[in-house]
Ligand binder design. Structure first.
Ligand code: XMP
Length: 510
């Protein structure tokens, strides 16, 4: 792999994604990894990412000079560029000329910037500057605050840039990164979706052998793609379990039972547990309480389904849709962990363990979607917007009842239909519809006074759900949603719009 050394800035994962967009496989490694540890992984190239703004900053991580003696191509970005300059004998100085944000770059010559416009914008974020390149390097770009903004030593396959090529604000950045990987480091563009599928299928076959696997489907993208990959590898030795907790949106069960099965031919067991969840939620209004109850019941139902399956044949593997960002955030590490199955239910043998099959452990979300398409999954599944595990249970403010679920399901279906019809599905992150079930307000419909509930539309735009802005939906779309919901959904006489960003609001109301 290409190893992206993470110096603690938020850019490392983005760089790894960009490397993969150049069709070269990459992984993120912490900057605490020693040179022998890095070399142990047989890196095709090493990218030193951005980090603290100064190599002089107290506690700033250092780069071991031995890294440059290993014959491995190295690309330095921002902080990594300065650290590289310093270690190889160049000069880094506090010039006082800081650059933050969009900056004009002048470039020419060399490999990385050949044929690009002589002046083009890049995204900078630095306090110190490289004022002299190490010997053997050619300087190929500069800006007003960074006399040396890019250098390369094609012979030794070293290069670096002061700016951030990975961000969209550097419009030629991807091209520069691609040239480093392909033309300087000499790497072959072989990381394609077809190769990912082929490799994962081979690995799953090797791991599972002639064993059997269980996969819990949530209706979401990750579990669906993971299941489809395993199905491709081991066929009907995979059984999928879908728990219908009765808190799903209109049509979701059908999407799994009909569309997913049609696309994959997978063995599916659906557990209809709506009554059980409703009973457990009876009278509960506290959001955390609801979440705990739903989580607990979910595990119990899943375990029962698993026991029923084990009664017929032995299953040793559990498929999970863990993605690469989760792996990086939980400290990395490769190889399948052995987990103990939840044993909070009487009757489950203490020593029942599953080996995990996690075919998406190396993939970013956008790659997962492309794998899904490659495997023939329908768009409705592959591009499904996020939906919380506790489902509509946390979108009814107040106690959850069958009647209230029916109201919310109808209102939600209308909102989704109209947003889809307006072509807005890709523009919004998601649009929860929330039923204020304990609130009544007065209305009038056809000469009659009504006393119904409001529903809230919560359209948000986001990159990662950590922060979000409320989406400025076109008025005519809002109008259609509002008119239809109040006309078509009994007991709802008011539609209101949530115009709060996150923070301070969360996306969901509970
Ligand atoms: P909040 O409300 O925290 O939501 O701003 C952030 C994102 O996470 C989704 N969400 C959940 N997803 N299980 C999930 O799988 C949950 O319990 C859960 N709670 C919130 C939410 O829809 C949004 O996309």
């Amino acid at each position: 792999p290409v190893l992206v050394v993470d110096y603690g800035a938020q850019y490392a994962q983005l760089i790894a994604r960009r490397v993969r967009e150049a069709q070269v496989y990459s992984e993120v490694v912490p900057h605490t990894a020693s040179v022998p540890e890095l070399l142990d992984r047989d890196p095709a190239a090493i990218v030193l990412s951005g980090g603290p703004s100064s190599v002089y900053a107290e506690g700033a991580p250092t780069v071991d000079p031995a890294l440059f003696d290993a014959g491995v191509p190295v690309f330095g970005i921002c902080y990594g560029f300065q650290a590289m300059a310093q270690v190889l004998g160049g000069t880094v100085e506090h010039t006082g000329a800081r650059e933050y944000g969009r900056t004009e770059l002048s470039s020419g010559g060399g490999v990385l910037h050949a044929d690009l416009p002589r002046r083009h914008p890049v995204w900078m974020s630095h306090g110190d500057s490289v004022t002299e390149a190490p010997s053997g390097f050619t300087v190929t770009a500069g800006s007003s605050g960074a006399p040396v903004a890019a250098f390369e030593d094609v012979e030794r396959r070293f290069a670096g840039v002061q700016y951030h090529p990975e961000v969209a604000h550097s419009p030629h950045g991807q091209e520069v990164l691609r040239r480093f990987l392909h033309d300087v480091a000499g790497l072959r563009p072989s990381w394609t979706i077809a190769s990912i599928v082929e490799e994962q299928v081979a690995r799953i076959r090797e791991q599972v052998g002639d064993g059997r696997a269980i996969c819990g489907l949530s209706g979401g993208v990750d579990s669906a793609v993971a299941a489809a990959l395993v199905q491709r590898a081991i066929g009907d030795r995979l059984t999928c379990v879908f728990v219908d907790h009765g808190l799903l949106r209109a049509g979701e069960r059908g999407q799994v039972e009909r569309d997913f099965v049609a696309a994959t031919g997978v063995n599916l067991v659906t557990v209809d547990a709506a009554d059980r969840f409703l009973a457990a939620l009876d009278g509960v209004t506290d959001p955390e309480q609801k979440r705990k109850i739903i989580g607990r019941e979910f595990i119990r139902v899943f375990e029962q389904a698993e026991r029923d399956l084990q009664a017929d044949s032995r299953y040793d593997f559990l498929v999970q849709g863990t993605l690469y960002p989760d792996v990086v955030e939980s400290g990395g590490g490769t190889g399948a962990a052995n987990i103990k199955s939840h044993h909070n239910v009487g009757g489950l043998p203490e020593d029942l363990t599953f080996e995990l099959v996690e075919p998406l452990r190396e993939l970013f979300k956008d790659e997962v979607r492309r794998v899904g398409i490659e495997l023939g999954l329908p768009e409705t599944i592959v591009h499904r917007q996020p939906f919380p595990g506790p489902g509509l249970g946390i979108r009814i403010i107040g106690a959850v009842t069958a009647g209230r679920l029916e109201i919310l399901r109808a209102a939600d279906a209308i909102a989704r239909e109209e947003l889809t019809a307006a072509g807005l599905d890709r523009d919004i992150w998601q649009c929860p519809v929330v039923l204020l079930a304990d609130v009544h307000s007065v209305g009038v419909q056809g000469d009659f006074r009504t006393y119904g509930h409001p529903v809230v539309l919560r359209p948000v735009s986001s990159e990662d759900a950590m922060t979000a802005d409320w989406t400025r939906l076109p008025y005519d779309v809002l109008e259609r949603i509002s008119t239809r919901i109040t006309n078509e959904v009994p007991d709802v006489n008011r539609v209101v719009l949530d115009v709060t960003s996150k923070p301070p609001g969360t996306i969901e109301w509970e």
